[in-house]
Every structure is written in structure tokens, then in C-alpha cells.
Design a protein around this ligand. Structure first.
Ligand code: TMP
Length: 209
């Protein structure tokens, strides 16, 4: 695949959006062709699925339905947007991807990890990010930050604190298993320091291409 696929992961309020904006702006200045996208979402159909998933009124949603909706959103996103952009040689930066299903639906909801890995393989067609930044943050700090955005809490943010703690641990375990791809950054540092770390990793990655 000629393009480069970068993903950002982390719990609520980790500051992914700020870092993604900064990285994409810098790459654009350097004349790279960049596609910024997100999960769930990124295409019209996937954004419709996102609304279903995050709507706080959908309190009856079962974990299995949730898992399959994230996977459906991902399959559409990969086929319609990510793969064509990578084929064109562009840099794709996604705010969340397949690791989020492992952390949230696997570790958070307690669904079977191997089953989620298989489902991810179907939804992604086997594509794996070239690099993933995991912005790690204590749960209470992240939820406080998310609350300060002033947009109210979505369906997942409203879950109990233990759910978010399991997700944090889950992400760290997933990162342990793939240290070459997943770079863990403490999001407690100020945004400039977090960005410097990201820049260094991106420079190293680009040298390899
Ligand atoms: P966002 O708020 O970072 O845009 O993400 C939307 C929410 O969806 C967030 O709470 C994480 C959650 N999520 C999952 O539970 N599973 C997934 O596979 C993805 C991509 C996101």
C-alpha cells in the first residue's frame, strides 16, 4: 500500500483531536496529501451509525449490537474512504480504529477478545495502521476534560467509572502486545510535549518509507 495509515487512540478526554489537528496541519504545510477521519464515522453511512451508537437515548442497546454496529461502521469506512486514500498514496489519520473495539467492547464490555479480533479482520479487510498513538490518561482527569468541552456526555461517556478504567487497562495491554506499532504517550503532559513526541515518531516512521 503506497500511503501511510496513522491512528490515534485513548480514553475519553485524552486530547486526540488537538493532536490530530496539529499533525495534519503540519503535514499539509509540508505538502503531504492528508485525509483526516474518525471512527465511528468518516463516511455518510458510518456517520449515521455513529449517531445511533452515541445517542444517550439508546439505553437499551446490547453489547453485541454495539460491537456489530462499530464493525459495520468500520467496514464501510475502510472500503469507501481509507483504502482508496491509501491507494492514492495519501496519509490517512484516523481518530480511533480497530483497537478501540478491543479496548471498549472487549475489555470494557467483557466481550470475547478473539471474536473481536476476527470481526476486526473482516471489517478492516486486514489493514493495520503503520503507527498508532495511544494517549494515556487517568480516567478521572479524562472525564473531567471531556465534561469541560461543554457538549454534554454521549452514551459511552455516561458509563460508570469502572468501565472507563477497564478500557484504560485494556488499551495498555493491547499496546504491550504490539510495542512496535502502538506508541504510548502520557496525555498528562502539556499538549506541546505530547506533540513533540508524536513528531519524533512520525519523522522516524517517514524515514522508513
Ligand atoms: P470519540 O468520542 O472519540 O469520537 O469516540 C466515540 C466513542 O465510541 C468513544 O466513547 C469510544 C467509542 N468506540 C467504541 O466503543 N468502539 C469502537 O470501536 C470505536 C471506534 C469507538
Amino acid at each position: 500500500m503506497p500511503g501511510i495509515f496513522v491512528t490515534f487512540e485513548g480514553g475519553e478526554g485524552a486530547g486526540k483531536t488537538t493532536q490530530i489537528q496539529r499533525l495534519s496541519a503540519e503535514l499539509a504545510v509540508r505538502r503531504y496529501s492528508v485525509v483526516v477521519t474518525r471512527e465511528p464515522g468518516g463516511t455518510e453511512i458510518s456517520e449515521q451509525i455513529r449517531s445511533l451508537l452515541l445517542n444517550p437515548e439508546n439505553t437499551d442497546m446490547r453489547s453485541t449490537s454495539e460491537l456489530l454496529l462499530y464493525a459495520a461502521s468500520r467496514a464501510q469506512h475502510v472500503l469507501e474512504k481509507i483504502l482508496p486514500a491509501l491507494d492514492r498514496g495519501e496519509i490517512v489519520i484516523s481518530d480511533r480504529f480497530a483497537d478501540a473495539s478491543l479496548a471498549y467492547q472487549g475489555y470494557g464490555r467483557g466481550l470475547d477478545i478473539d471474536l473481536i479480533k476476527n470481526l476486526n479482520r473482516i471489517a478492516t479487510g486486514g489493514i493495520i495502521p503503520d503507527i498508532t498513538f495511544l494517549l494515556d490518561l487517568p480516567v478521572d482527569v479524562g472525564l473531567k476534560r471531556a465534561g469541560e468541552r461543554g457538549q454534554g456526555f454521549d452514551r459511552l461517556e455516561r458509563e460508570e467509572i469502572e468501565f472507563h478504567q477497564r478500557i484504560r487497562q485494556g488499551y495498555l495491554e493491547v499496546a504491550d502486545q504490539e510495542p512496535n506499532r502502538i506508541k504510548v504517550i502520557s496525555a498528562e503532559h502539556d499538549a506541546d510535549r505530547v506533540y513533540t513526541f508524536i513528531q519524533e515518531e512520525i519523522v522516524t516512521l517517514f524515514d522508513r518509507f
